[in-house]
Design a protein around this ligand. Sequence first.
Ligand SMILES: [Zn+2]
Ligand SMILES: [Zn+2]
Length: 348
Amino acid sequence: MYNSVKHQTLLTAIVAFSLLSIFLTSAAQNPTTQPQTYQVLKINLHAHTTYSDGTYTPTQLVNLYKDQGYDVLAITDHFTTEGYEEAYTEGTRIGLTVIRGEEVTCTWPDGSPKHVIALFTNHSLNIPEDSNTETQEIFDFIHSQNGLGIVAHAWSSWSNWQNYRNELYIDGWEVDYSMAWTLESGSIYMLNHDFHNETWLQGIQSYWTYLLAENKTQTGVQDALMQRRIIIYGNGTLYGSTYALNLYAQNQESIKTPSPAPTTSSPTPNPTSTPTPKTTPTPKQTLTPTTTPPPTFPTSTATPTTTPAATSILQEATYTIAALTIIAIVAIATVLIKTKKKKTNHPP
Ligand SMILES: [Zn+2]
Ligand SMILES: [Zn+2]
């Protein structure tokens, strides 16, 4: 009688464990556990207003970007964050997320410009114009306000930028053809307009940056940047890290229709040489602030894949559960057989 009860208990345990395994296996394969989907935000994080050398007021600029289908705009005037309040108020009214920023504008010891985009800061860094503030010190100031420091147009204002590629205090880089290495570097990368006046209108319609964000708030934008969920669009092509391109492919259904493709004054043709991320690219020619910055990109970057990222973690979990189930059944069966043998050898 006792052994019968024991066998029943063991059998119940086997059935319960098997059901649990089936449930867990099913859960692991359930679509609801697939990687999170993100909102695809169209952004520009470098723009000037009448608070520095731009010709658009913050209100005009916010409306311009909203009308062009953008979701996020950073106001980055030289030396000041004063234009932010007006831009933020208008952005809130019309549904455009505005980021407070500033273009730190100082110089290298040889007198050439050294520009850094400060994003998400609380107020102006108050670094004087033409000061020779140490590079790391600039980023330390930005980080003291929990901001992000982005090297601005390195091809025109950081003639020695190659020396700074591995500096961990640099959060990110504005990109062009010479900056292809940033895509897989682990740094933040972005393609900005550096908008000043109507000369840049063509650029707004031709190239931009996408973020894959959990939401459209300032926090959502900052998080997406820090997690490198960044895609660049230009020359009719998407560029980004393999990780970001895979995420983008998974989130394509939420992508808005791109702005009209440029029909005239098309972007500068692709360079004929192909940079690779592991070599030091030659800096691109200087972009002068009086002309529309051409979007020049690497030509060898991976194209976005339409294959969703492998769910290898889920598959591993499934295999592990299946293996554990088999081991448990064998172990319990062994115990049952031994118990039965004992019963046979020593009858009451
Ligand atoms: Zn600049
Ligand atoms: Zn600028």
